[in-house]
Write a protein that binds this ligand. Structure first.
Ligand code: SIN
Ligand code: FE2
Length: 211
């Protein structure tokens, strides 16, 4: 894999590697995600309050994050098909090793599909058993306006995430509030049908249950 250049975000623990994936790595990764879609189709999750997300989701790995009337959780099966999730692609596992230096491998990869107009409100990723393990995020396709602010509140700021960019929530930024204000439609032609795919790698299960 080529060297990945990290830039200083000025926010401790929020790490950013713009252009970490080459065009061919982006195309390879997208092909793996689209191949997995046959077994684990994108579906429209509901908030616990019963509102549909504008983002469609699927997952890869032993565990997948789901949301429905019962709340947020990780589970080993796709909520629509009932099948296990497809494996996490090797390219993502290698990226996790290279960039995070984390002790454990990820056991969950949430795949978010943003078609034109989709967005994601500010939230924290806190459904994982160990909230010290990083979350690594990979962007493919159309650029998006990402918003981030400290866990405890206060001002937020926004930055553009483009296809091939990778960022991570680690250490003091692990519980940062973050979301997607909007997707810049037509800024990339990578995703068939248009839009953006975001992959987030997480360590979801408690250490005692890691295989
Ligand atoms: C997420 O927080 O699950 C997704 C963030 C993104 O789409 O970049
Ligand atoms: Fe998140």
């Amino acid at each position: 894999m080529s060297a990945r250049a990290e830039i200083d975000t000025g926010m401790e623990g929020f790490r950013f590697w713009p252009g970490a994936l080459s065009m061919s790595e982006q195309a390879d990764l997208l092909a793996e995600v689209l191949a997995a879609e046959a077994a684990a189709p994108f579906y429209q999750p509901m908030t616990p309050g019963g509102r549909p997300f504008s983002v469609r989701m699927t997952g890869l790995g032993p565990l997948g994050w789901v949301s429905d009337r019962s709340g947020y959780r990780y589970q080993s099966t796709h909520p629509v098909t009932g099948s296990n999730w497809p494996p996490i692609p090797g390219l993502l596992l290698a990226l996790w090793r290279d960039l995070t230096g984390a002790d454990q491998p990820p056991d969950a990869c949430l795949v978010n599909l943003y078609r034109e107009g989709a967005k994601m409100g500010l939230h924290q990723d806190r459904d994982e058993a160990d909230l010290t393990a990083p979350v690594l995020s990979v962007s493919l396709g159309d650029a998006a306006v990402f918003r981030i602010g400290a866990a405890g509140g206060g001002p937020t700021r926004s930055l553009k995430l483009s296809s091939g960019d990778v960022c991570a929530l680690t250490g003091p930024a692990r519980l940062a509030r973050h979301g997607i204000d909007r997707v810049i439609a037509g800024s990339s032609s990578l995703v068939p049908g248009g839009g953006r795919i975001n992959l987030t790698l997480r360590v979801a299960a408690p250490a005692s249950q890691q295989s």
